[in-house]
Design a protein around this ligand. Structure first.
Ligand code: HEM
Length: 393
């Protein structure tokens, strides 16, 4: 009997020594349910395989999955505790291979150790002389960096900050790519080739005009330096001229360039706002019928009165008080004195609301010379010798 028991104990010991602890052995499952088996704290029994206690998540405790609802796990399997065989398989390291922390194998090993916190690595620790040896490391749940902090991958991307290790389980936001404008190989796509319009039979005058409007040259109109700092190669294989800045607008040649502004510097007190105030102070003048002959006496030349009239869409205006307020200058405004200035006005600035601007300067309407026989002659603003509109109607 004693010999038999002794032989049984020896056999069990030899089995455990060789194969590891049979966790699926029913008594162990029973002890695990009682909370006696887990050496790292009270075990959590999950009876139906779905309920888990979230408050202990990540605390290093082990999950016990019962045989009835294991969801594919072996009956009595204690999640998180590998068998000796598993541990040895997981922790086998090629002795010939030098352990380099920069290679991806180092984090993998760390992850395996983290995945099985109860694993006994003393064998490997003794063999390698290093590794996870203290229990303090069990509470360190930091996510290992991959690639390693000093790996070649990280060294090649210096702008990417290493993920924060302060908050475990929180992934660092991806860093936005910062375009390197000054240095580095050109990574921008080359612009499309500039379309070259060369109509057959184009006249030499048109060519001359195109040459005049074309601003391709060493100086960019946008002020972009010719040595582009955007990394665009100066000599593109797509046929883009090397001296042209990529930010420069391509020449269209379809329309002539707009005329440069010809605004003059107005004397102080003659701004558009000043004119609006001054116009309100002008005296009211009864409107009259004005013939072209009378209008001509108020031209720019041979005008002793220095009173200048013009016509805009059939209405006669005394532009004399407006002369110092005209943004285009007095000289330009006097070009329409004594005649119909509608066409020139609209050619210059059709957007200007002349009706509103010159309301206080209106002196009458233009009539043909036949309508007012005998009524021609010089007259000043508000003159009484013209045909008064109210009295004539
Ligand atoms: C007869 C009544 C006229 C009125 C009330 C008037 C009024 C104005 C106003 C308000 C502006 C400023 C436009 C702006 O800032 O966009 C302006 C600009 C100018 N005006 Fe007149 N204008 C008159 C007639 C003329 C005439 C007859 C000419 C020339 C033929 C002329 C030539 C100019 C020019 C060259 C400018 C500067 C355009 C620019 O570069 O902005 N204006 N005028």
């Amino acid at each position: 009997m004693i010999i038999g028991l002794t032989a049984l104990v020896i056999a069990v010991s030899a089995y455990i020594y060789k194969e590891g602890v049979p966790y699926d052995f029913i008594p162990f499952d029973f002890f695990a349910r009682l909370g006696l088996w887990n050496a790292r704290g009270p075990a959590r029994a999950i009876t139906d395989g779905t309920e888990r206690e979230p408050q202990n998540a990540g605390s290093g405790e082990l999950d016990v999955i019962s045989g009835s609802g294991g969801g594919g796990a072996a009956p009595g399997y204690i999640a998180g505790i590998p068998s000796r065989k598993e541990k040895e398989e997981l922790l086998v390291v090629d002795d010939d291979e030098e352990e380099d922390p920069t290679t991806p194998t180092a984090p993998v090993k760390i992850q395996l150790l983290e995945a099985f916190p109860g694993a006994d690595t003393s064998t490997n620790d003794k063999r390698k002389g290093k590794g996870r040896a203290t229990d303090d490391d069990d509470d360190d749940l930091r996510v290992p960096m991959f690639p390693a902090a000093n790996s070649v991958q990280r060294a090649s991307r210096p702008s990417m900050p290493p993920p924060s290790l302060a908050v475990p389980g929180v992934m660092a936001p991806p860093s936005l790519p910062v375009p390197t404008l000054a240095a580095g190989p050109p990574s921008l796509m080359a612009p499309p080739p500039v379309p070259v319009r060369k109509p057959a039979g184009a006249s030499s005058a048109a060519n001359a005009r195109n040459a005049q409007y074309s601003r391709a040259g060493p100086s960019s109109s946008l002020g972009v330096p010719q040595s582009s700092s955007l990394g665009v190669p100066q000599s593109s294989s797509l046929g883009v001229p090397a001296q042209r800045s990529t930010l420069q607008l391509p020449p269209t040649h379809s329309q002539p360039p707009p005329k440069p502004r010809q605004k003059v510097i107005l004397t102080p007190g003659h701004s558009p706002l000043d004119w609006a105030n001054h116009q309100r102070s002008l005296p009211f003048v009864p409107l009259r019928r004005i013939t072209p002959t009378e209008l001509a006496t108020h031209g720019a030349r041979k005008n002793a009165s220095k009173i200048y009239w013009t016509v805009l869409e059939g209405r006669v205006y005394d532009i004399t008080p407006y002369l110092p307020y005209h943004p285009g200058g007095e000289k330009e405004l006097l070009r329409v004195a004594g005649k119909d200035g509608t066409k020139l006005f609209n050619l210059t600035h059709s957007w200007v609301n002349w009706d509103n601007m010159l309301r206080g300067c209106e002196v009458g309407i233009l009539v043909s010379g036949n309508e007012m026989p005998g009524k021609e002659g010089g007259s000043s603003v508000g003159g009484a010798d013209g045909g008064d509109l109210e009295s004539m109607d």
